[in-house]
Design a protein around this ligand. Structure first.
Ligand SMILES: CCCCCCCCCCCCC[C@@H](O)CC(=O)SCCNC(=O)CCNC(=O)[C@H](O)C(C)(C)COP(=O)(O)OP(=O)(O)OC[C@H]1O[C@@H](n2cnc3c(N)ncnc32)[C@H](O)[C@@H]1OP(=O)(O)O
Length: 360
């Protein structure tokens, strides 16, 4: 039988050379690398029909002696590993390309595309390792996510009940609904705000990756208003300010808690994420303003009733009024507003940046 040369197509990556030999039903394959030269011999059906086909290639740079190959009905794929991972200017030592050799455009990449492919593979590998190690490191991950999901669900239901109840009452009763908000809503608000103490505990025990201090400002700030100002002064309970404070609190929470619920199941709804990280901008200052009005309205009542006043020895006066503490607290509220506004702004920027990165 006459010995002929098959058509050979090639492509490269930083670590490998790929050869596609156009030979169908190839048998008696002999493929090896000796002295940096690939020797290929096989019998099969090529351009000139059934024959023995062979070729050899002197590589431009050193390759590893092991060769892997896989033959299909239509062709033989040969992979040769480069000794050093780097891009070659051409395949063969001789500058003139052998006539039987051509680029494999199905696998062809230029150097920068191959670099990007390599980078993507590396990133995929790193992600896989980090996911695997996270799963391996934390056997309670499912339990933690389950707890957080349930916590957020309960809070979402609580605040939704408050929000819907207040909205319906506003539509039916108009401004009259302002004055008995406390009596209809307070029990549920007590429940939700007592539960919210978990929001300080969660980052403390490492359940969520966020600062303890902003959560503490938020929870302490609201609970002072709810339990000390509204809860202990009956005179405050039928004031319109209760409506505004409760309405502003619940408006953010009906978006924040479902956002967290979705985060627990690794889901992200664009609109919800945008709302969670945007509507605090008008709501937070308005909330602090409403809370400050409540504190200011309570000052004369504390002075009158002497509630929580500390009796002093007669030389120092009769007693230390709680309203003095509240005046200091008023200043702290605006400091708290500044700290949390900055915190929320950073969270928003971080979140939007990571979203942009994901989209690119
Ligand atoms: C030391 C005591 C000082 C006392 C000083 C008193 C000063 C008083 C100042 C009072 C000011 C308070 C005013 C306030 O009451 C007014 C209002 O509320 S008005 C209504 C508008 N309000 C808001 O918009 C604020 C809402 N609240 C919050 O956003 C949070 O409470 C806050 C702590 C401010 C910020 O939340 P966080 O730090 O957790 O940020 P993120 O939401 O971005 O979360 C970070 C990552 O953690 C994950 N996470 C957090 N919580 C959960 C959860 N429950 N379940 C699951 N996952 C959670 C979240 O997914 C983020 O993960 P990733 O980074 O992967 O995205």
């Amino acid at each position: 039988m006459q010995t002929l040369t098959p058509h050979v197509y090639w492509a490269q990556r930083h670590a490998d050379i790929y050869l596609r030999v156009e030979l169908s039903d190839a048998k008696d394959l002999e493929i090896c690398v000796q002295n940096n030269t690939l020797q290929f011999k096989a019998q099969g059906h090529g351009a000139k029909g059934d024959h023995d086909y062979e070729f050899s290639l002197d590589f431009l740079e050193p390759v590893k002696p092991e060769v892997s190959h896989r033959s299909t009905q239509r062709l033989v794929n040969v992979t040769v590993r480069k000794q050093e991972q780097r891009w070659w200017d051409r395949l063969t030592l001789q500058e003139r390309k052998p006539l039987f050799l051509a680029p494999d455009f199905d696998r062809w990449l230029d150097e920068s595309d191959a670099e990007m492919e390599l980078q993507a593979k590396e990133e995929e590998k790193i992600n896989k390792v980090s996911i695997e190690s996270r799963i391996r490191k934390d056997p309670y991950l499912g339990l933690k996510k389950g707890y957080l999901f349930m916590y957020n669900l309960v809070q979402f239901l609580g605040f939704s009940w408050i929000f819907v109840n207040m909205t319906v009452r506003l539509f039916i009763l108009g401004q009259d609904s302002f004055y008995d908000t406390f009596h209809t809503i307070a029990d549920m608000m007590y429940f939700c705000q007592m539960m919210a103490v978990a929001e300080v505990m969660n980052p403390l025990v490492g359940l969520v990756k966020t600062g303890v201090f902003p959560a503490m400002i938020q929870v302490v700030g609201r609970n002072v208003i709810l339990f000390v100002i509204f809860g202990s002064l009956e005179e405050m309970q039928n004031k319109a300010v209760v409506f505004f404070v409760f309405y502003l609190w619940s408006t953010i929470e009906i978006f924040r808690y479902p956002f967290y619920m979705l985060a627990c199941i690794d889901t992200d709804w664009k609109l919800l994420t945008w709302l969670r990280y945007s509507i605090w901008m008008p709501l937070y200052p308005l909330g602090v303003l409403a809370e400050a009005i409540a504190v200011i309205q309570s000052l004369p009542i504390f002075d009158e009733t002497r509630l929580y006043s500390i009796p002093l020895p007669t030389v120092l006066g009769s007693s230390f009024s709680f309203s003095f503490t509240l005046k200091i607290y008023l200043a702290l509220m605006f400091l708290g507003l500044f700290i949390n506004f900055r915190h929320l702004f950073r969270q928003r920027r971080r979140r939007m940046r990571s979203r942009k990165r994901k989209n690119n």
